[in-house]
Ligand binder design. Structure first.
Ligand code: ATP
Ligand code: MG
Length: 361
C-alpha cells in the first residue's frame, strides 16, 4: 500500500497592488518545485487582508480570521497597503500586525544575499561577498506601548516609552539565531545592541547571548554596538553570517541588509512561529508599489524566494534550495530578455516568472 502523503495547506493572500501580480508567479514556481520534489501543496485563496476588502467591509479581516487561518500550515502573502484608499496604519495594523501578534510569529527572518547579475549599491561587491541572515525579535523590545505623557501642553511637557525584554522573549530569538548559525557553514553569529548608551535592557541582552553561547561551542560570537554595526554592513558585509537583534535594531538592519544587495524587488522575508503551533507568514520585503502596479512589470523574484523560504520552513530544504538556485541561474544567464525593467530587462512579471519556473524543472 502506498504511504499516504500529507498535503500542506497554504493560505494565499495576494493583498494589494503588485501583490496581485507577483503572487501568481510565486505559485507557479511553487507548483514546479512541488512537482519535481513530489510535495503535495494545497492552495486556498482569500480576498481579505487587502484594501479593497476594507472598502467593502469596513475592516481588513473577517471576525473569524483566526479560526480560518489557524487551520493552515503557512500563509503566502503578497503586499498590503494602498495609502490613497486606506491609511497605512489601518491596513497594516488590521492585517499583518494582527497575524504577527496572534500567531506568535516572534522571528522576523530576512536573507541578505547578493544575487548574480545584480549590482550592489556598494562598490566592487560580487555574489559571495554578501550572504547573511538578519534575525529580528518580532514581538517585544522597544516596540511596547508602555509609557506616557505628563505636563502636557506646558513647557515641562515630557514623554516616555519603555523597552520590555523578557527572558523567554530574548532567549527564544537567540536560540533560533544560534541554531540557524549552527546550520550554516561559517557558524558565525553577530549580536547587535547599544549597551554603552542603554544601560539596563541592552546589557541584559548581551548577558543572555553569553549564556546561550555556552550551549553552542561551535558557533563563534561577535557582539557589536548598533552604530558601528550599521557602518560595517556597508563597509564589510562579508563579515556577517547570522545577525540577531532586538525589535527596533532588527527592523533597521533588516531594511539596510537587503538594500545592500541591490533591487528591492528580489528580497524575501518571513515571520516565523518556529514551533509550528501557528502558521508562519511569508511576504516579500517590497510593498504594494502603487507607482508600477497594474503594468505587469513588477519583479516577481522576492515573492518566488518567499516560496523557497516557505518550503524550507515546511521541511523541504532541498526543494527550497532548488528554487533559489533557479533564481540564480536565470539572473546569471546572458539572455536578459525575460528580466523585468528594474533588472534592466524588457520582460514582464510573467515572462520572468515563467523562466524561473522552467529552471526549477
Ligand atoms: P511599504 O509598503 O513597505 O511601505 P513602500 O511603499 O515604501 O513599501 P514599495 O511599495 O516597496 O515601497 O516601493 C518602493 C519602490 O520600489 C517603488 O518605486 C516601487 O516601484 C519599487 N518596487 C517595489 N517592489 C518592486 C518590484 N517587485 N519590482 C520592481 N520595483 C519594485
Ligand atoms: Mg507603501
Amino acid at each position: 500500500q502506498k504511504a499516504q502523503k500529507k498535503a500542506h495547506k497554504i493560505a494565499v493572500i495576494a493583498g494589494d497592488g503588485i501583490g496581485i501580480e507577483v503572487v501568481p508567479e510565486g505559485l507557479r514556481a511553487l507548483e514546479a518545485a512541488a512537482r519535481r520534489f513530489d510535495i503535495e501543496l494545497e492552495f486556498e485563496h482569500f480576498e481579505f487582508g487587502s484594501c479593497d476588502y476594507y472598502l467593502e467591509h469596513g475592516k481588513m479581516l473577517p471576525d473569524d480570521w483566526f479560526e480560518i487561518l489557524s487551520g493552515f500550515d503557512a500563509i503566502f502573502y503578497g503586499a498590503v497597503g494602498w495609502p490613497d484608499k486606506v491609511p497605512d496604519h489601518i491596513s497594516l495594523w488590521g492585517s499583518l500586525l494582527q497575524f504577527r501578534r496572534h500567531f506568535d510569529q516572534y522571528i522576523n527572518l530576512r536573507p541578505c544575499r547578493l544575487m548574480p547579475g545584480i549590482k550592489s549599491p556598494l562598490a566592487d561587491r560580487e555574489p559571495g561577498d554578501i550572504d547573511f541572515y538578519v534575525v529580528r525579535e518580532n514581538t517585544e523590545g522597544e516596540y511596547s506601548s508602555i509609557g506616557g505623557k505628563i505636563f502636557e501642553g506646558t513647557e515641562r511637557e515630557t514623554v516616555m516609552q519603555e523597552t520590555v525584554m523578557t527572558r523567554t522573549g530574548v532567549d527564544r530569538v537567540l536560540k533560533y539565531a544560534f541554531e540557524l548559525a549552527q546550520s550554516r557553514p561559517r557558524r558565525k553569529l553577530t549580536s547587535a545592541t547599544k549597551s554603552n548608551g542603554i544601560s539596563i535592557t541592552m546589557p541584559y541582552w548581551d548577558e543572555r547571548v553569553k549564556a546561550m553561547a555556552k550551549g553552542y561551542p561551535d558557533v563563534s560570537v561577535d557582539q557589536f554596538h548598533i552604530d558601528i554595526l550599521t557602518a560595517n554592513f556597508v563597509l564589510h558585509p562579508d563579515w556577517f553570517d547570522v545577525v540577531v537583534a532586538s525589535n527596533l535594531f532588527g527592523d533597521i538592519l533588516s531594511d539596510l541588509g537587503p538594500a545592500c544587495t541591490g533591487t528591492i524587488g528580489v528580497a524575501p522575508s518571513a515571520n516565523i512561529n518556529p514551533e509550528g503551533e501557528f502558521p508562519s507568514l511569508f511576504e516579500p520585503v517590497h510593498g504594494s508599489a502603487p507607482d508600477i502596479a497594474g503594468k505587469g512589470i513588477a519583479n516577481p523574484i522576492g515573492q518566488i524566494w518567499c516560496g523557497a523560504m516557505m518550503l524550507e520552513h515546511l521541511g523541504f530544504k532541498e526543494a527550497g534550495d532548488a528554487m533559489v538556485s533557479a533564481i540564480e541561474k536565470v539572473l546569471a544567464s546572458d539572455d536578459k530578455s525575460a528580466l523585468t525593467p528594474d533588472l534592466k530587462g524588457k520582460g514582464t512579471t510573467q515572462s520572468l516568472g515563467e523562466k524561473i519556473a522552467a529552471a526549477i524543472g
